[in-house]
Design a protein around this ligand. Structure first.
Ligand SMILES: Nc1ncnc2c1ncn2[C@@H]1O[C@H](COP(=O)(O)OS(=O)(=O)O)[C@@H](OP(=O)(O)O)[C@H]1O
Ligand SMILES: Nc1ncnc2c1ncn2[C@@H]1O[C@H](COP(=O)(O)OP(=O)(O)O)[C@@H](O)[C@H]1O
Length: 500
């Protein structure tokens, strides 16, 4: 079963009622929660064996300790709907519907963020997941490490010459084995792991690499502390981290300062006279080089690592983008969307897809009406398709009314994971839209024969986060399209533009 739900009737919503042992619900957690499930199953969160109870969470939040007085930095919780929280056991499935684990739901609880199941987690099958074969349980990794100091590193982005020199220097100082635990976060975790593997020739011979699905926590200190606990679980005795940490379970070391010398080698800062050091690459310059597709300097990284870095961050010209026009009926969204499609089709190399309201409502969103829920579904489905088009390097131009901020925001989030996103508010005043009334809809809305009409009897939430605002009562069609194109050029999405 891939859908979320219970298979033993409706629980009635009261988790205080003891649930029968036969009661098992199924649930597909958020990807970040599934990552925590994997870490629990792998023994990477000791002493935790499952999701925390309300008391444990309170204790962690107030004292950074579990109730048994063991230090623990971050609540590990699973949020579910109330009816799922009422089940005695919850079978957790991945997004493809494959069962991953079962939570024995001993003590469900709720707070302002929703309902949570609490109890030990057990695997139901052979573990699956990205790069699973590279990820033995923590205990096994620990057992195979050599005796002596172990320097843990949990990179979230590719390691280049500078970071590699820092690792080598600290490992040499400590005479330590290196334990690299790349954090499998971001849209392409497998590529990050490959970038770390590509650094192999630059790493000390005594290095172990085990990817961990540890997603980033919002608080940087707690995130770093949790990383230290995970590193300790896999056998690290020391950890390199930018953040200074108190109460870490292992010794935390700041990355040592290394500089690039005149011969383009990265060396300890103390060994290079200031006049002999050369500047490195700022994060901003690195992004510019990646966006433009230019080569990364060989003093910055190796060709093999650069190749993986470029896969993580392809040039803008090779990535897709979405333009979402929003505005009242008659504002000019379809007219501008069509004109933009024609411009892009003539001048840009990407395949262009127009997701216009009318066509979408006859196909992808057939059967949906104009209630708030249906509009929300309509806009989010458009967003899903636009994100897929974007992911595959195309240009998607969408022109729904999209009256709700939350839905536009959801589209933005989906698309941003895949490429560029531009929100264009076609802000033609209601009076002008009504004067145009090409389809006679405003007249019908005013007389009441067309209910729930945007701007008249249904809301339009004006965006305060638009990248561009165009009033077509003041701008000609050509001027309006030119402004969109100018913005796409400014952002680097569209490069060559031969004027017509
Ligand atoms: N009640 C009501 N409210 C608004 N619009 C209505 C309604 N009923 C039909 N229409 C016609 O449907 C078009 C809007 O559909 P969208 O998919 O763009 O709307 S939404 O984003 O889901 O709100 C819209 O097209 P445009 O004029 O191109 O915007 C209308 O022609
Ligand atoms: N500067 C302009 N830009 C876009 N449309 C304009 C402009 N001036 C007048 N119009 C007219 O306004 C109407 C807008 O309709 P449409 O593009 O279907 O709007 P929407 O898709 O927002 O409902 C069209 O008839 C179009 O010719």
């Amino acid at each position: 079963m891939s859908a979320n739900g219970t298979d033993a009737g409706c629980p009635g919503g009261n988790v205080d009622v003891p649930a029968g042992p036969q009661r098992r619900a199924t649930w597909v957690p958020e990807p970040a929660e599934l990552s925590d499930v994997e870490l629990l199953l792998d023994g990477a969160f000791p002493p935790l064996r499952g999701f925390l109870t309300a008391d444990e969470v309170e204790s962690v939040r107030t004292r950074q300790r579990l109730t048994a007085d063991v230090p623990w930095p971050e609540p590990i919780v699973l949020t579910v709907p109330q009816e799922i929280a009422a089940a005695a056991e919850v079978e957790l499935h991945d997004v493809e519907g494959a069962p991953v684990a079962v939570v024995r739901n001993d003590a469900a609880w709720s707070d302002a963020t929703g309902w949570h199941v609490a109890g030990p987690v057990e695997a139901v099958d052979e573990p699956t997941g990205v790069l699973r074969r590279m990820r033995p349980p923590a205990e096994q990794v620990r057992a195979q490490l050599p005796a002596g100091p172990v320097l843990g590193v949990l990179p979230e982005s590719p390691l280049h010459h500078r970071e590699l020199a820092q690792i080598r220097q600290l490992a040499a100082e400590l005479d330590a084995h290196v334990l690299l635990l790349p954090r499998m976060t971001g849209p392409r975790p497998e590529v990050l792991v490959q970038s770390v593997l590509a650094a192999g020739p630059e790493l000390p011979e005594s290095t172990t690499i085990v990817p961990v699905p540890l997603v980033r926590r919002s608080d940087p200190k707690r995130d770093a502390l949790l990383a230290a606990h995970v590193a300790a679980a896999y056998g690290a005795t020391h950890l390199i981290a930018e953040t200074a940490l108190e109460r870490a379970p292992i010794q935390v070391l700041e990355p040592p300062e290394v500089v690039r010398d005149q011969a383009d080698r990265w060396r300890p800062a103390a060994q290079v006279a200031p006049a002999d050091s050369r500047p490195g690459l700022s994060d901003e310059r690195l992004r510019e080089l990646l966006d433009s597709g230019e080569d990364l300097p060989t003093w910055f990284t190796t060709p093999a690592i650069a190749e993986q870095q470029r896969r993580l961050h392809p040039p803008l010209a090779a990535r897709g983008f979405t333009v979402l026009f929003t505005g009242l009926s008659g504002a000019g969204k379809s007219t501008l969307a069509r004109a933009l499609r024609d411009e892009l089709s003539r001048h840009d190399h990407r395949a262009v897809t127009l997701l216009d309201g009318d066509v979408v409502r006859r196909t992808l969103c057939e059967g949906l009406g104009f209630s708030a829920e249906d509009r929300s579904r309509n806009v989010r489905r458009i967003g899903y398709v636009a994100a897929e088009i974007t992911r595959h390097g195309g240009a998607a131009i969408c022109a729904p009314i999209a009256p709700y901020h939350a839905d536009r925001d959801a589209v933005r989030r989906m698309v941003r994971e895949a490429g560029g996103f531009v929100l264009v508010h076609v802000a033609t005043p209601l009076g002008e839209c009504e004067r145009r009334d090409r389809k006679g809809l405003y007249r019908r809305a005013r007389t009441g024969s067309l209910p729930e009409f945007t701007g008249i009897s249904a809301p339009y939430e004006f965006p305060d986060d638009a990248d561009l605002v165009l009033d077509t009562s003041e701008l000609s069609q050509d001027e309006a399209v030119e402004r969109v194109v100018a913005l796409l050029r400014e952002r680097g999405w569209v490069r060559s533009w031969i004027s017509a």
